[in-house]
Design a protein around this ligand. Sequence first.
Ligand code: F0G
Length: 365
Amino acid sequence: MRPVKLKQGRPACNAMHSIAGRGVIERFREFLPPCKGVVSLGEGDTPLVFSPKLSARVGRGCEVFVKNEGLNPTGSFKDRGMTVAVSRAIDRGARTLICASTGNTSASAAAYAARAGMPCAVVLPAGKIATGKLIQAVAHGAKIIPIDGNFDDALRIVRELGEEKDFAIVNSINPDRIAGQKTAAFEIIDELGDAPDFHLLPVGNAGNITAYWAGYREYRHCGKSKTLPAMIGFQAAGAAPIFHNRVIENPETIASAIRIGNPASWKHARAAMDESKGAIDVVSDEEILAAQSWLASKEGIFVEPASAASIAGLVKWADKIRDQSRIVCTVTGHGLKDPDAVLRNIGKLEPVPAKIDKVRRALGF
Ligand code: F0G
C-alpha cells in the first residue's frame, strides 16, 4: 500500500480535497491539460493482473495481462476521462454536463457531476441500457432522457445541444476525455517497464483505442518506453462499422455498451490501428458470452459483456500472435453493471430445508 498523506489547505474544486497521489490528475498532471480545481473520485491505478490461464491458452511463451478497468470508482474506464472533462468544464464555467451514452459514460458523468455539485443530463437509447448503469445514473441524480433511437441518434442530439453555451459535452468527442483515458497506457508502461507487444481492447465509439494509442506514443516520446504495441480492436459482429468500413444503421449485440453503428472517433481509431500495425476484428455474441463466463470462472475477474470482447478477441487471435509476446487485454467495465445475461443462466434456485443433512445431500456428499 502506498502511504496516504492528506494535503494541507489546498482548496480543490468546490472545497474538495483530494488525497495526495490518488486520481489520474494528481498522478499524471504534467501529461494532462491544465485543471485548476480537481473533481476526483480516486480513479485510475487499476490492477494489471497477470493471467496464467490466458497465457497458457495462447501458449508459446506468451504472457497475458488483464488491465481491470472495472475497478474504477463507477466501475468503468470512463472515470479516467471524466475527472479531466468535468474538472475542466467547471474551470470554463459550464453550468450543466450533458452526454449521450450506452450506459457507462452516463454513470460516470452522473457521479462526477454529483461530486462537483453540478446538474447532469444524460440522453440514452430507451430500453437499451444495462440495469446497473441506469441505476447508477438515477442514484447520482442525473436527469435521464430516454430517446426513441439508438446511441448514434443520442450523440447527434447531444452534439447539437452542446452548441448552446449552457451545456458542456462530456462524451469522448471532448478531447479532455481522451486525455484522461490515455493514463491507462501510462500505468501499463510504469508497471511493465515498457509497452506490451500487443494491446487488445473492445471498440464502440472508438475513444478508448484512440486514447491508449495517444498514451503509448506520448510515453515513448518522453523516453519512458522503447516500443509501441500493435493495437488490436474488437467490435461486436452485429455492430462493426469500422471492420466493415460502413455505417451500420441498426447495430445489434448483447454487449449493449458497444452497440454503436457510427463511431465518433472512427478516423482516429483507424489511424491507431494503421500506425501501430494493428487490426480491427469482430467477435460474435456467443464468443463474447463464452469469454465473459470463462474469465469469471477461471480467473476470478467478472466483467460486463462488452469488456469480454477483448478476451474473446485474444482467443480468436491466439495463433496470430508472435511467440514470447507480452499482451495486455483491457477489460473495460465491471460485470455487476449488466447482470442480465448471467441471470438468465441461473435457472430456478430451489431452497432446501435449513438442516445440515439436507444441505449435505444438496452438496452431493
Ligand atoms: N467497453 C465498455 C464497457 C464501454 O462502456 C464502452 C463504451 C466501450 C467498451 C467502448 O469504448 O466507446 O471508447 O470505443 N461506452 C460508451 C458509453 C459508448 O456511452 O458508455 P469506446
